[in-house]
Ligand binder design. Structure first.
Ligand code: MLT
Ligand code: MN
Length: 302
């Protein structure tokens, strides 16, 4: 399996267009220790020819442009072609679905998502630009094994999460484990790669799944729960946004402390998270704990 990180930042990207925070200013100034990142998504293939995207971020057009393996290929004289055979969605947040609008133009592909996520698309007529006779919307049940190729398959599994921000009412939405946010388990003969860009809490089921995996990409939205408040970037805690934070007794580093086995890569990193800075104490700390920090263009062959 080939896995390419198309984007590694959380919603807003790094630098975020309206953030004047210190990290974003360093990224904008070209500081080599503050490398810009687009919003999170993966591309996955078993043969390097047919590719599946996992999430379609608002930056998808730019991500395709800088990824030659996603450019039109044979048949050489055809006016339109794309190696993109499908898109797998792990949620309905803006940063996971807005790039679907980039994929209009009558290219045939299959959209794989849970019923909960497809219902959100169905209720938004703008997504009808993906003409239904051309783009098949395939509901995937939690735990179902969906064949993507000769050996490549995907399974979606529920992770603790909440309704997308734009569907929230005034009351804080409950954290549920019902398919509104999911992880993707991509597997072939070499093992399983987990993609978990949004997770509100570690559960015993999730931990067992991680321990069996070969590689896990995991939610790294915030370093600390009150980071956005401390940096004047917003009023919400990580918990309120449905994300575990990296530090603290209930944080991701603690939750993974006794996990042995998989390679571990942090992804979906918010522009306030100090691990984005190569010279930060927090970056050193996650690396000491055995994590790598995802970057755009990172490629893994399993
Ligand atoms: C999230 O990851 O919490 C969401 O993508 C936030 C958002 O919709 O901007
Ligand atoms: Mn997000």
């Amino acid at each position: 399996m080939r896995v390419v990180v198309l984007g590694s930042a959380a919603g807003g990207g790094f630098p975020q267009w309206n953030s004047n925070g210190a990290s974003c200013r360093r990224a904008r100034a070209g500081d080599p220790a503050a490398v810009p990142r687009t919003q999170t998504g993966l591309a996955v293939s078993e043969d390097g020819k047919r590719w599946f995207l996992v999430n379609a971020s608002p930056d998808l057009r730019e991500q395709i442009g800088r990824s030659p393996f996603l450019h039109p290929r044979l048949p050489a004289r055809a006016e339109r072609h794309s190696p993109i055979a499908g898109v797998i969605l792990t949620g309905a947040d803006v940063d996971a679905i807005a790039g679907l609008l980039t994929l209009r133009e009558r290219h045939a592909f299959t959209l794989y998502a849970t019923k909960r996520v497809l219902a959100v698309l169905d209720a938004n007529p703008i997504f009808e630009v993906l003409a239904r006779p051309v783009v098949d919307r395939r509901a995937v049940a939690l735990g179902e094994r969906v064949v993507l190729g000769e050996a490549l398959a995907v399974e979606l599994f529920a992770t603790p999460g909440k309704t997308p921000l734009y569907l929230e009412s005034d009351d804080a939405p409950p954290i549920t484990v019902d398919g509104v946010t999911v992880g993707a388990a991509l597997s072939d003969a070499a093992g399983t790669v987990l993609f978990v860009p949004s997770c509100a809490a570690m559960t015993p089921e999730l931990k067992a799944r991680i321990e069996d995996a070969r590689l896990v990409f995991f939610d790294a939205t915030l370093w600390r729960d009150d980071e956005m408040i401390l940096q004047g970037a917003g009023a919400k805690t990580g918990r309120r946004m449905g994300h575990m934070s990296l530090s603290g007794p209930e944080g991701t580093l603690a939750a993974f402390a006794d996990v042995e086995g998989p390679e571990k890569i942090l992804i979906h990193i918010n522009n306030t998270n100090p691990i984005l800075l190569a010279d930060s104490r927090e970056r050193a700390e996650v690396e000491r704990a055995g994590w790598r920090v995802a970057f755009d263009g990172q490629e893994i062959v399993t």
